[in-house]
Design a protein around this ligand. Structure first.
Ligand SMILES: Cc1cc2nc3c(=O)[nH]c(=O)nc-3n(C[C@H](O)[C@H](O)[C@H](O)COP(=O)(O)O)c2cc1C
Length: 182
């Protein structure tokens, strides 16, 4: 796949299964994240790889977070199942640095670019990936359990794995209607 084809056909995949990307592919995915535009070269991000027994741990964390949020039984059960939607989850969090010229907002944007870069890298390598957030991305308890500092944010849970069923590439949206000229 050439780069233009990647940019024009990239899409997310919700239904994922094992195997997770092999070590070489994972290496490429993580290297893609490290290439994002980064004002001040602050590398204001952190990646937590969740695989194997880590998925069980994350399931327990989500279940506890759901209980703390007083979710009903069905929603709590659903929360515990979420991490099993892929064999690999890359939790992307910010690692904000105090900087006189680079506000927090820009550092969050940079960390978000990491998620996008990794989603694209996975897609270009023939794997599926999907960026998810939801309640647990904004849960103080989940952050604590993942050793993410109070000042930082969970930017996304990037679910990565093998595509269950190859999807038709969706039609592109037209940019007309999103343009103006000065
Ligand atoms: C910051 C962010 C958070 C997202 N969170 C969710 C989510 O929690 N659940 C979900 O179904 N899609 C979520 N999405 C959207 C999907 O990642 C995906 O982009 C969307 O389903 C459209 O599919 P596409 O990427 O193939 O165009 C999120 C996207 C972004 C950028």
């Amino acid at each position: 796949m050439n780069s233009t084809e990647l940019l024009l056909t990239r899409q997310s995949t919700a239904q994922l299964t094992s195997p997770a990307p092999d070590q070489t592919s994972l290496d490429t995915i993580l290297k893609a994240a490290m290439r994002v535009p980064d004002h001040g070269a602050l590398t204001p991000w952190h990646f937590t790889l969740v695989t194997g027994n880590g998925l069980n741990t994350l399931s327990e964390i989500f279940t506890q977070a759901a209980k703390q949020a007083n979710f009903n039984e069905a929603k709590t059960l659903k929360a515990g199942k979420m991490p099993y939607r892929a064999p690999l989850i890359i939790v992307v969090s910010s690692n904000i640095v105090e900087h006189e010229k680079v506000p927090k907002q820009e550092q969050i944007i940079t960390a978000a670019c990491c998620v996008h870069a990794m989603q694209m890298a996975a897609f270009s390598l023939g794997y599926g990936a999907m960026w998810r957030t939801g309640d647990f991305a904004y849960s103080r308890y989940v952050k604590q359990q993942l050793s993410i500092d109070e000042k930082d944010e969970i930017i996304g849970f990037l679910y990565v794995g093998t595509v269950v069923k190859q999807a038709v590439i969706k039609a592109s949206k037209s940019y007309k209607g999103y343009l103006s000229h000065l």
